[in-house]
Design a protein around this ligand. Structure first.
Ligand code: GLA
Length: 725
């Protein structure tokens, strides 16, 4: 619910309030965000000193330098980083946006070029649109806040409208900016690299500036737009936790900046690095949408909010709560070295464990026997697959298994027919080296003709009968970001326009193929973000399939993203990325903690393992509803030691069914027993562990816990199934 009383704007969700003040009729202040509250008093300000300038000659009692603001501008006395930066044709950079008016309405604003959150089933939302005006230059700035009441979530974006007679250059437009009154907080971010995505790092906010960003042209393996600010005492289970995420897949920047007066400014948006948007007269620019969440129930509380928001308000509605198939992918089984016979053998052998979907990975198209050629040539390689995709798909379908394929449409290999025909279609600057990564170049998706070529080629392939799944990959980052078709003063928007092109292409494809399940991938989890999830309801979490390493990756990924969105596969040993050999059960239990698949040569599995795998898949199918659509909570972090644990609680028909996963990494000699306390159960209820023939009370599980004995060697895991009586 949104209401404005005596210049104080309240945005209320079920459990939270976001409160702003229209200060002196001119400025928009951030008063409060947190547990549901009503505030009747405006900000009590004080003038600090003459080094904090006063914007109003007639009232020198306040300074923008010290006020907690909701949006900020440079060169008018606030010396912290501004959230809006504009350069005018004369080179000046001074803006003076003052509060003008507000409007409250049902529904949410649309953004024609970018993915945004949608209104979920049986949900209604309210938006407040706050208008600020720079009258000298006839510029309007709109701040949008859409309140998802039952979700404890607010979607925030900004739009600049240029009604002036001259173009302006927008150098920065943060989607979100929020000034906290103090900085006594910690923050959590997710740095990493390829095969080591999303490490969990908790840092103290100290004086100065903390930047979490990507300059890679994608949200990247190296960082993630999702970020937490939390009370020092908050942990997984309790405490105040703020969560922020951005619906955008390109370079982003999150910044925490403390001021000399102990305030803290948090901002999030497109990275101003390499960004400059020319906004012509009578046109506008709308920022990506930022998602803001608050929980007083610790990090797990925040995760519950984020998971249900992603499932209900981000991913395509037709995949919401839909069971995802157990797939087998041939990548680690064959790499590029396969033919039709081999593919059919793998599919046939996987029938023994009753997999549900076969995914033909890289190498089926063009001349693609290694990563040195073929990207861009989206026609089947008849040497490898003489009867074509259609027939191979049909043969796999005849086995009772669905069929899917891999594509990497945004790329081109210099050794490809496409590149020979259109050498200008990739990002490059004439006369300069074209930087290759994995021997490939990036197509310039800001060009409509490139997107049209891709749509036509992919439309043909995806129309092939029997294709029910597509893995969409992206295996490098952006360099030489330049587009010859536009003038010099528009080059700063090429990286952004790339995403406009990509999102437009994806929109056309998912609309044309609403029943295809798309999985996004970028060398694993290099684009695990809300922008891609908007079109593709699941993401390949990491190219690292080592179960021990996956514990960490999946643990931190689950903080913002639902486990059903996380592809996790049982692969062969020794593991191809780490060389480590982990028992099959441990590999299966880690993979079953997400969206289960297999990534191994099913023709080379011994009889005993085959039986075991069938049992795991049967168990997963029996419990898929709980794992994919249940509530998920982390219990013990792999970042804190050798034991990891998490749990799933069934909903609806599965209400009362609980799965607790416990993993122990390396075994120590003379290792003491551990106890695991299981939270989030009903204290008064009784829970039966049928396998162990044990009945526990909820309070016993929460306070006293259960024992893990360390009878096996390295890498021990178990799944405890409890049923409320
Ligand atoms: C990326 C993906 C892998 C596989 C290869 C194929 O690295 O993450 O899963 O599809 O590309 O080239």
């Amino acid at each position: 619910m949104i209401y404005v009383k005596k210049n104080i704007i309240h945005l209320n969700t079920d459990k939270t309030s976001y409160i702003m003040e229209i200060f002196k009729g001119k400025y928009l202040l951030h008063l409060y965000y947190g547990e549901k509250t009503q505030i009747n008093h405006g900000y009590e300000y004080e003038d600090f000193n003459s080094f904090s300038p006063n914007p109003d000659k007639d009232d020198i009692t306040y300074s923008l330098d010290t006020l907690p603001q909701e949006v900020s501008f440079g060169q008018i006395g606030d010396f912290r980083s501004p959230s809006v930066e504009i350069e005018f044709k004369d080179g000046s950079k001074v803006t003076n946006f003052l509060y003008d008016s507000y409007k409250i309405y049902e529904g949410k604003p649309s953004n024609e070029h970018l993915p945004t959150s949608h209104i979920g089933p049986n949900e209604s939302v309210e938006t407040i649109e706050i208008k600020l005006v720079d009258s000298l230059k006839a510029l309007e700035l709109y701040l949008y806040y859409t309140v998802f009441e039952s979700k404890d979530t607010i979607a925030v974006s900004k739009k600049i409208v240029n009604l002036g007679s001259e173009e302006i250059y927008l150098d920065n437009l943060a989607s979100l900016s929020m000034d906290f009154h103090e900085f006594a907080y910690d923050y959590i971010h997710f740095p990493g690299s390829w095969v080591r995505e999303r490490d969990f790092e908790r840092c103290s906010v100290t004086r100065g500036t903390h930047v979490v960003d990507s300059k890679r042209g994608s949200s990247s393996h190296n960082q993630n737009p999702a970020m937490i600010i939390l009370d020092k005492k908050a942990d997984e289970f309790s405490g105040h936790v703020y969560g922020f995420n951005l619906i955008y897949s390109g370079s982003f920047k999150n910044q925490i900046e403390t001021s000399s007066y102990n305030q803290m400014r948090f901002s999030m948006g497109i990275n101003p690095y390499n960004f400059r948007k020319k906004v012509a007269s009578n046109s506008n620019f709308h920022s990506p949408e930022a998602i803001v969440m608050f929980s007083s129930g610790g990090i797990n509380g925040l995760s519950s909010i984020s998971h249900s928001f992603v499932n209900d308000n981000i991913i395509p509605s037709n995949f919401r709560n839909a069971h995802r198939p157990i797939l087998i992918n041939n990548w680690e089984a064959t790499y590029f070295d396969f033919n039709e016979e081999k593919i059919l053998e793998i599919a046939k052998a996987s029938k023994e464990f009753e997999t549900e979907l076969f995914v033909l990975d890289d190498g089926w198209f063009g001349i693609r026997n290694s990563d040195k050629s073929g990207l861009g040539d989206w026609f089947v390689n008849k040497e490898k697959l003489p009867s074509g995709i259609e027939n191979i798909g049909k043969k796999i379908n005849d086995l009772g298994i669905n069929f899917g394929i891999w594509v990497e449409p945004e790329m081109v290999s210099p050794d490809s027919d496409l590149y020979r025909k259109h050498p200008d279609w990739c990002f490059h600057v004439d006369g300069r080296n074209r930087t290759e990564a994995r021997n490939q170049l990036l197509l310039n998706l800001s060009l409509p003709e490139v997107c049209d070529y891709l749509y036509d080629s992919l439309e043909k392939i995806f129309s092939t009968e029997g294709i029910s799944y597509v893995k969409w990959d992206y295996n490098r980052n952006m360099t030489e970001i330049y587009s010859k078709n536009i003038p010099a003063d528009m080059q700063g928007e090429v990286g952004f326009n790339y995403y406009k092109g990509l999102y437009g292409l994806l929109d056309r494809l998912v609309t044309r193929f609403p029943n295809i399940l798309f999985e996004s991938c970028s060398g694993g989890g290099g684009r695990f973000d809300l922008g891609m999830l908007k079109y593709m309801p699941q993401t390949w979490t990491s190219d690292n399939t080592d179960a021990l390493a996956r514990l960490n990756i999946q643990y931190s990924t689950s903080i913002f993203y639902p486990v059903v969105a996380m592809g996790s596969h049982i692969s062969d040993v020794p593991n191809h990325q780490t060389g480590r050999s982990v028992p099959l059960k441990f590999r299966a239990d880690v993979a079953m903690s997400g969206n289960l698949g297999l990534e191994l040569d099913s023709t080379k599995i011994d009889e005993k393992s085959k039986v075991e795998i069938k049992e795991y898949l049967d168990f997963y199918k029996e419990n898929r509803e709980i794992i994919q659509n249940g509530a998920f909570y982390r219990i013990r972090s792999p970042y804190d030691g050798n034991i990891t644990s998490w749990m799933f609680k069934g909903r609806g028909e599965k209400e009362g069914e609980v799965l607790v996963f416990i993993f122990r990494g390396y075994k120590k000699a003379n290792m003491p027993k551990h106890r695991i306390k299981i939270p989030y159960l009903d204290d008064e209820s009784l829970y039966l562990d049928k396998d162990k023939k044990c009945m526990y009370s909820g309070s016993e599980l929460r306070n006293y816990g259960i024992t893990i004995d360390h009878s096996s060697g390295d890498f021990q895991s178990e799944i405890i199934k409890l049923k409320e009586q």
